[in-house]
Design a protein around this ligand. Structure first.
Ligand code: SAH
Length: 485
């Protein structure tokens, strides 16, 4: 595996500054042991005009397998070895990315004690990788690197030079050129995007991979047009990790954005949540079902309990029949986003009088929640540990006691219909449980009985004849109210 980084320079700004930046002296060939083999750093050319550093990784196949890290997703070690022996020694891949970060870690962080002024300075850069596995082809290579300021050359490599009729391999010869990037930025692009293109990480993806991705992606990944593909592939398509990373990236963007971008970000977040739930835009259907049920109940003062980022609060405010809307959540982070979404700080007085966001936990009774017409718990109960559920039940149905309570939660039976969901997984990493229709109904009926409510069930989303709808909703109405109706 082979990668070169070159720069050009002049007498005042010699190209050999690259050696300071990389913390590797141009006159010495150096070797480093990494977990997967030996990395060599050498400089095929080094003078004031041109300087090229080469990183060569000799992979130790035996060490790779012995460390048990050659397992791809679910693959048996020897299957991984077979794949590895076939092409790994020749191809740059995620192992090269690992070696880059091991050998050039200070450079990647932009640290240069000897010449502190250097790392911040963009320099003319050329990166060459003679054989890069690129799933998605040259087109994807362009979509990944060009938005970052690189000029991209990605030629497909023929399967066999002697037999052009065999067609192209999945490798490209990659040449990247840029004038406006710092070396640290360039290294961080490579560190993330090489494994993304390879799309087969060679070590087990642990949850600290999200932190690594966000660190290496700082300053360029949030807002990258292929952010979603990059995140999902980098995290070996692990659903819950990808979701966590996407949420954190949106928060970074939000923190960096000025106000004019907030609307756009809101839309991006909305699209994101819905894309997760393809093919039906379930989040929207759920909100519509909730609004319809609230209108049918004649509610005008409404609690959104566990309001999250405030999408439902926003929808409620658009309908003047809801005269008072309160969103409550335990998460300050979610409430901050909700408040920006609603532009609370710039709202007119009358509108502002209709809405309140409260921080609080549903695991405790809360006087502020008394006296409302209706409460919504949309996709909230499954975020509580089961032993905490009776406390929520008492806080809502026993203490706050609105006339109408709507509770939605995933129907776990429907999970087999989600193509992107691996068997046996819940839909969200933070779901403590997901219930069948029977389980949800049994719980809801018990709650209704204990607290003097009647309950009915409404499917949300396509009601599959076998497994039911993706979302199940319970509509509770106080027993007196039900009788009067
Ligand atoms: N209702 C929103 C958000 C659902 S996500 C929607 O339908 O899209 C679940 C929300 O419940 C999260 O925002 C989480 O912070 C909140 N939550 C979890 N436990 C909570 C608790 N004990 N008290 C209040 N909110 C809680």
């Amino acid at each position: 595996m082979f990668l070169t980084i070159s720069t050009t320079g002049s007498a005042e700004r010699p190209a050999t500054d690259l050696g300071f930046l990389l913390h590797k002296h141009p006159e010495k060939a150096q070797r480093f042991s990494t977990s997967y083999g030996t990395a060599h750093v050498l400089y095929p050319e080094a003078d004031a005009e041109r300087c090229t550093a080469a990183l060569l990784l000799e992979v130790d196949a035996v060490a790779l397998v012995r460390r048990g890290k050659g397992k791809g997703r679910g693959g048996a070690p020897d299957a991984a070895l077979a794949q590895y022996v076939n092409d790994r020694p020749y191809a740059a891949s995620s192992l090269l990315a690992v070696a880059l970060s091991a050998v050039f870690s200070s450079a990647m962080r932009g640290v240069c004690n000897a010449r502190p002024e250097l790392p911040g300075r963009p320099l003319p850069l050329r990166v060459e990788i003679p054989a890069l596995p690129a799933r998605g082809g040259p087109g994807l290579v362009g979509r990944l690197f060009e938005p970052l300021g690189w000029t991209v050359g990605a030629e497909p490599v023929a399967l066999d030079g002697e037999f052009p009729q065999w067609g192209d391999s999945r490798y490209v010869r990659l040449v990247l050129e840029a004038e406006t990037l710092t070396l640290a930025e360039a290294l961080r692009h490579l560190y993330v995007l090489l494994p993304v293109l390879d799309d087969a990480k060679h070590y087990w993806v642990a949850s600290d991979e999200v932190d690594k991705l966000l660190r290496a992606g700082a300053g360029w990944l949030p807002g990258h047009p292929e952010q979603r593909l990059i995140t999902s592939r980098y995290l070996s398509r692990r659903w819950s990790l990808t979701r966590e990373a996407m949420e954190r990236l949106e928060l970074v963007r939000l923190a960096e954005a000025d106000d004019s971008d907030v609307e756009e970000i809101d839309n991006a977040v909305a699209v994101e949540t819905e894309a997760e739930e393809k093919p039906t835009p379930l989040a929207v259907q759920r909100r519509e079902a909730i609004l319809a049920a609230l209108r049918a109940a004649g509610a005008s003062r409404v609690l959104d309990l566990g309001c999250g980022q405030g999408q439902l609060v926003q929808a409620l405010l658009r309908d003047p029949s809801f005269t008072e809307v309160v969103g409550l959540d335990v998460s300050v982070r979610a409430l901050t986003i909700a408040s920006r979404r609603l532009k609370l700080d710039r709202m007119g007085e009358r509108q502002a009088a209709r809405v309140k966001l409260l921080q609080g936990s549903l695991a405790y009774t809360d006087k502020r929640l008394r006296g409302y017409d209706a409460a919504v718990l949309s996709e909230v109960i499954e975020h509580l540990d089961l032993p905490r559920l009776p406390a929520l039940e008492y806080a809502v149905f026993g203490a706050a006691r609105p006339r109408t309570v709507l509770v939605t939660t995933p129907n776990v039976e429907y999970n087999v219909r989600w193509e992107s969901l691996p068997a046996g997984h819940v839909r969200h990493g933070d779901h403590r449980f997901e219930w069948t229709r029977d389980e949800f109904r049994a719980w809801a009926r018990m709650v209704a009985e204990r607290h003097g409510y009647d309950v009915e069930f409404v499917p949300v989303g396509p009601d599959d004849p076998e497994v039911g709808p993706p979302t199940q909703m319970a509509v509770f109405v106080t027993a007196q109210e039900a009788k009067a109706a």
